[in-house]
Write a protein that binds this ligand. Sequence first.
Ligand SMILES: [Zn+2]
Length: 54
Amino acid sequence: MAIPDYLICLNCEAACYVFEWRDDEVTEAYCELCTSEEIDQFLTQEDFDALIEA
Ligand SMILES: [Zn+2]
């Protein structure tokens, strides 16, 4: 899996470009909009779409 261009912050649903990605996982993330740093709160666009459709 390629490194995503951005992650979606579940807290405010903004695209976040400040993150670390290793072994197909988010290791660190930061949302500039709501200052969330909980990596559990970030999804790739793909995972976010899957969540919305579920
Ligand atoms: Zn946010």
